[in-house]
Design a protein around this ligand. Structure first.
Ligand code: ACO
Length: 382
């Protein structure tokens, strides 16, 4: 019997496509060396300081900031399109109460396409209408998932309120205070887009087959859920709760590093310095802790940051301080990643619009490292 050849030498392609430029895009850019993030040319610090999530959504979709009347029109159409189909909410009622909200959300988004007669329209106008419906309905779906699993009725959003204020209102059934709503609004701005991250790349690959936007977003949600991507924020809070005290941080982290465990919320494929989003969220974590008279998780987070910097020279990413910020807002841990999606839907849909606008199928090659010319051996001779 002929012996099969050994596999060829290890692949030369960078693992995880590190450093590979896989698309052109005018939507956003990450300068990982200098820690600069821009959306359509605007520095994210400026947007966090001065903008709103809705204005950022417009920017990502249209490539420029809206005029007053264009922003009013976007608010109006988001409000008009914020009611998910009754059947989708009904479906959520019949899903297991202990299911992961990310899984429920992914399934609900997939189901939305069944009730949208325009779902397959990939023209700019049609796709913009779908993007509006998705952006408006996702927060309602996430808040409804939370209410339904607690045995409560979903709360309808208030037409005149922002997505940030409405989300907290729908979750709790009472209006948030203004400052908390603004912090949440800025958190949505900070998570809105991040160039060709794993979930956005997923969305573009699906859209490039000219599949509908719901399919592309469903796939993006699946990619976001993983702990190496958006799922890290929930894991950060689980870790902080397990650590329990500032004193326990150092032994806990050192032990985890000895065991070669990844510390969630640290490290990044692109940033080699501070993630500019973490700068804002660190402030918010402290501010929310002070507002609730409980700075323990902020202090623990600072300590984790110190230990990891000393031991591994790793910086916190967007997921690290968003965890304690949301926790101090009283948001359940397993909603942290769905909230990421409530924001990132703007970037995903922006990229899908861009992909549809200048489409070519995304179909790269794999560098083959397997065997060749292997003779087929009948099963009784193997
Ligand atoms: N904790 C401990 N060590 C880490 C961490 C971490 N969080 N991140 C990277 N490292 C170490 C690795 O162990 C590796 O060390 P080694 O060379 O000694 O083996 C080195 O840094 C490179 O790490 P990779 O995993 O190869 O880096 P990669 O670019 O592939 O991964 C990633 C980036 C996935 C973000 C990684 O840093 C990680 O797993 N972080 C934790 C999960 C997380 O926070 N994800 C959210 C990212 S932001 C976002 O998606 C929204």
């Amino acid at each position: 019997m002929e012996k099969a050849k050994e596999p060829t030498a290890a692949a030369k392609s960078p693992a995880g496509l590190e450093g590979i430029v896989a698309a052109t895009s005018a939507i956003g850019d990450v300068d990982g060396i200098n820690g600069v993030l821009i959306y359509q040319g605007y520095n994210v610090h400026d947007l966090a300081e001065h903008s709103t999530f809705e204005e950022t959504v417009y920017l990502l979709w249209h490539g420029r900031l809206p005029t007053k009347s264009e922003l009013d029109e976007l608010h109006r159409s988001l409000a008009e399109n914020s009611t998910p189909p009754r059947e989708v909410l009904e479906m959520i009622r019949h899903m297991p109460k202990d299911a992961e909200p990310m899984d429920l959300m992914r399934t609900a988004v997939s189901a939305l396409s069944l009730y949208d007669r325009e779902c397959c329209d990939t023209s700019r106008e049609g796709a913009l209408r779908t993007a509006t419906r998705l952006t408006a309905q996702l927060p309602v779906i996430v808040a409804s998932i939370e209410r339904i699993r607690k045995g409560q009725e979903p709360v309808e959003p208030k037409k005149e309120q922002s997505i940030a204020t409405n989300f907290l209102y729908m979750l709790r059934g009472e209006m948030p205070d203004e400052r908390e709503a603004r912090i949440f609004d800025v958190a949505l701005i900070l998570h809105a887009d991040h160039e060709l991250n794993a979930s956005t790349f997923t969305a573009r690959v699906v859209a490039a087959t000219l599949a509908d936007m719901y399919g592309a977003v469903t796939a993006a949600i699946a990619a976001l859920a993983g702990p190496l991507h958006g799922g890290a924020n929930t894991e950060v809070m689980r870790m902080l709760l397990e650590v329990g005290s500032v004193e326990n941080v150092e032994p806990f982290i050192k032990d985890a590093l000895v065991q070669k465990k990844k510390i969630m919320g640290f490290g990044h494929r692109v940033y080699k310095t501070e993630d500019p989003r973490a700068t804002w969220l660190r402030r918010f974590s402290e501010e929310m802790g002070k507002a609730k008279n409980d700075t323990k998780f902020f202090e623990m987070s600072r300590k984790v940051e110190d230990v990891i910097m000393r031991e591994k020279i790793l910086y916190p990413n967007v997921d690290f301080y968003s965890a304690s910020t949301y926790y101090m807002m009283g948001i359940p841990l397993d909603l942290f990643t769905p909230i990421f999606a409530v924001s990132r839907i703007s970037g995903w849909t922006g990229h899908i619009l861009e992909q549809y606008g200048n489409n070519r199928l995304i179909r790269p090659r794999a560098e083959y490292t397997g065997r060749r010319d292997v003779a087929y051996v009948p099963i009784d001779q193997r």
